[in-house]
Write a protein that binds this ligand. Structure first.
Ligand SMILES: [Zn+2]
Length: 77
């Protein structure tokens, strides 16, 4: 059960104009914590900001939460 929890330093950007993923509560764009399971895609991938608020990934973006999780997990190795 490789459940991972990885801190992403720096902003998460998406789209052609590199829009930053921003916390709707405190507007933080840095040090998000991403959690998920690399094997089980039934486990939702969640993102929280540096202050622990839930940060929804923009629905209209081409940013796939699982893809993001894998990218980050590979970078963290
Ligand atoms: Zn926040």
């Amino acid at each position: 059960m490789p459940t991972v929890e990885i801190t992403i330093h720096g902003p998460i950007t998406h789209g052609h104009d590199y829009t930053e993923v921003r916390c709707p509560t405190c507007s933080a764009t840095h040090s998000h914590l991403i959690r998920g399971d690399l094997d089980d895609d039934a486990v939702p991938v969640t993102l929280t900001c540096v202050n622990g608020h839930d940060v929804p990934l923009p629905a209209a973006s081409e940013l796939d939460p699982r893809e993001l999780l894998f990218t980050v997990a590979m970078r963290a190795e």
